[in-house]
Design a protein around this ligand. Structure first.
Ligand code: SF4
Ligand code: SF4
Length: 472
C-alpha cells in the first residue's frame, strides 16, 4: 500500500502507485485542459506531485511543451539567478565487493587495476584540486568493509579539511559512500560532511535486484531506506539520484519524485540535491547493452520537469555529459556541475593513459576547469565556489525555509560573486579573469538587498587586495 510517510521502502516507493501514475500520464498526455491546469499550478513555484509531473513529462503538445520549458527557465532564474555551483569528484578507492552490472568496479572485474589512496596520496590529490581552484568535493569509494571501512573515510575527510595550500582550501566535503548504519552516518555527520549522496540507480525493485546480483547493495530495502537512516543520524542534506538508462525512464522519474515526497513527509525536508546521470561506457561496460537509454531531448525534458516539480532542490550534472548536452540542461534547470573531473583513483596527480583506463565511467566533457569556467561566463552564468550555507549551519529545514522565503538570493548572489573573484585572482587564465571581472560588475546589481550589495562590493575589493573567505 502506498504511504509516503512509511519507513518501508516498498510502501513509500510503491510499485503499484508508479504503474498507476504511468497509466494516468499516458492516458492524459494529450489532455490539454488537464495539462494547462498543471502548468498553471506549476507557475505558483511550489512544486508538483509525482503524477502531475509525469503527465507533463509525457505531454506531446508542442505549444504546451514550450510553456513548460518557459516555466522551468523562470523558476531557475527566480531561485538560482545565473549561478552555477562548481564541484569535483575525488575517488579514494575502487575496491568493491558489490556486483553492480553497470559499473566497472564490480567485484568480478579482475583486469581493472585496484587502488586505494593513502593519506599522503589524498593530500597530493587535494593539492592538485586546490590548485585548479576547487573548494567543494564529492568523495567516492567502492563498498569494501576491509579496504574502505568507515574509519578510512573519516580519516580521509579529516585529512582533506586540514590541507591549506597557498590560498586553497576544501570548504565542503560531500560524501558518496554505500548505504550504511545510523551509527556510521552519525560518525560522518560528526566529521563535518556536507551532503550525503547515494544514488538509487533504479527504483524498480525487480530490475534493481537483477542489476545488483551480489554484495550488500543487492538489498533493495536497505539501500532505498538509507536516506532515512542518514537523516535519523542528523545529516540534514541528502543527495538522491538515479542512473537513467537502467530502467524505463518514466518509472525512475516517478520513483525519484516519490522519494523526495517521502523525505519531505517523513523527515520534514526533501533532498538537498538530485543528480541526473545517464549510463556511460567504461572498462567492461558497454552502455548500448542497456535497452533503456534516453535521448538528449528526453533528458532535457526530465531536467525541466524536475526543475518545476522540486523548485528548491539543486540539480546536478557531471562530466559524463558532453558540452552540448550540458549547455541544454543548464538552461532549463541544472544548478550544479563538475569541471575538470577525473573519475579514476589518483587521477588528478597522474592522469591515466586513455587505453588503460580504470575510470568509473568515461568522461565526455574533458575540458579543464578554467575552460569550463570561461565557457560558463560566455554563456552568461556565474560559476560559484560557494560553500557558505553548510559552514553557517544553514542546512536541512533552516536552509529550505530561507530558500522558500526567497531570502537566499541575498546570500547566494554575493557569495557566488566573491568566490568567483577568489577563483579569478588565484587560478584563472588572463582571458577567463577578464571575462569574469566583467561578469561580476554586471551581476553585482542583482543582489536584492542594497546594504548587502554595498558590503559585497567592498569585500570584492578586499579580495582583489589579497583577503579571502568572506561569506554571507
Ligand atoms: Fe561498487 Fe559503487 Fe561500482 Fe556498485 S556502483 S560496483 S557499489 S563502486
Ligand atoms: Fe549554496 Fe548556500 Fe552558497 Fe547559496 S549561499 S550557493 S545555497 S551554499
Amino acid at each position: 500500500m502506498y504511504d509516503p510517510k512509511s519507513s518501508k521502502a516498498e510502501e513509500f516507493i510503491s510499485h503499484d502507485e508508479i504503474l498507476a501514475s504511468i497509466e494516468f500520464a499516458e492516458q492524459n498526455k494529450k489532455n490539454s485542459n488537464l495539462i494547462e491546469q498543471i502548468l498553471e499550478k506549476a507557475k505558483m513555484y511550489k512544486g508538483l506531485p509525482h503524477r502531475e509531473a509525469l503527465t507533463l513529462l509525457l505531454c506531446e503538445d508542442n505549444d504546451l511543451n514550450k510553456r513548460l520549458y518557459s516555466i522551468a527557465r523562470d523558476i531557475k532564474d527566480r531561485f538560482y539567478g545565473h549561478r552555477i555551483v562548481m564541484f569535483a569528484p575525488l575517488y579514494l578507492s575502487n575496491y568493491c565487493i558489490n556486483g553492480c552490472v553497470y559499473c566497472p568496479y564490480h567485484l568480478k572485474n579482475k583486469h581493472i587495476s585496484r587502488r586505494k589512496l593513502t593519506q599522503d596520496e589524498i593530500r597530493a590529490e587535494v593539492i592538485a584540486l586546490q590548485d585548479m581552484g576547487h573548494k567543494r568535493l564529492a568523495l567516492e569509494t567502492g563498498e569494501h568493509p576491509l579496504m574502505n571501512p568507515i574509519e578510512y573515510v573519516l580519516e580521509s575527510i579529516k585529512t582533506i579539511y586540514s590541507i591549506k595550500h597557498k590560498n586553497g582550501a576544501i570548504r565542503r566535503v560531500n560524501v558518496n559512500i554505500a548505504a550504511t548504519t545510523v551509527e556510521n552516518y552519525r560518525k560522518l555527520k560528526d566529521a563535518g560532511i556536507g551532503t550525503y549522496i547515494l544514488f538509487q540507480e533504479t527504483y524498480h525493485k525487480e530490475r534493481y535486484e537483477q542489476l545488483h546480483p551480489t554484495g550488500p547493495k543487492s538489498d533493495y530495502a536497505y539501500h532505498t531506506e538509507a536516506m532515512d537512516r542518514a537523516m535519523d543520524a542528523g545529516i540534514d542534506d541528502v543527495g538522491c539520484g538515479v542512473l537513467f538508462g537502467l530502467t524505463d525512464y518514466r518509472y525512475d522519474f516517478t520513483g525519484i519524485l516519490m522519494h523526495a515526497e517521502h523525505l519531505e513527509a517523513a523527515k520534514g525536508v526533501g533532498p538537498h540535491t538530485i543528480s541526473v546521470p545517464r549510463i556511460r561506457n567504461a572498462d567492461d561496460i558497454e552502455a548500448s547493452a542497456f535497452e533503456n537509454g534516453i535521448t538528449d531531448d528526453q533528458f532535457e525534458k526530465i531536467v525541466a520537469v524536475l526543475r518545476i516539480a522540486v523548485p528548491y532542490t539543486g540539480l546536478i550534472i557531471s562530466t559524463r555529459e558532453s558540452k552540448a548536452a550540458r549547455e541544454r540542461v543548464l538552461k532549463v534547470g541544472v544548478t550544479q556541475i563538475s569541471g575538470g573531473s577525473r573519475t579514476s583513483v589518483g587521477g588528478y596527480v597522474e592522469p591515466e593513459p586513455e587505453d588503460e583506463t580504470s575510470a568509473q565511467f568515461d568522461v565526455v566533457d574533458t575540458r579543464t576547469l578554467d575552460q569550463v569556467i570561461h565557457w560558463l561566463l560566455d554563456l552568461g552564468y556565474i560559476p560559484s565556489f560557494c560553500t557558505a550555507c553548510y559552514r553557517e549551519g544553514r542546512t536541512g529545514d533552516r536552509f529550505m525555509s530561507l530558500v522558500k522565503s526567497g531570502q537566499i538570493a541575498n546570500c547566494c548572489q554575493p557569495n557566488a560573486l566573491m568566490t568567483l573573484q577568489e577563483y579569478l585572482e588565484d587560478y584563472a587564465s588572463p582571458e577567463t579573469k577578464e571575462a569574469g571581472i566583467r561578469r561580476i560588475s554586471e551581476e553585482l546589481t542583482r543582489v536584492p538587498n542594497e546594504k548587502i550589495q554595498k558590503l559585497a562590493s567592498e569585500r570584492l575589493v578586499s579580495i582583489a587586495n589579497g583577503e579571502r573567505d568572506f561569506r554571507f
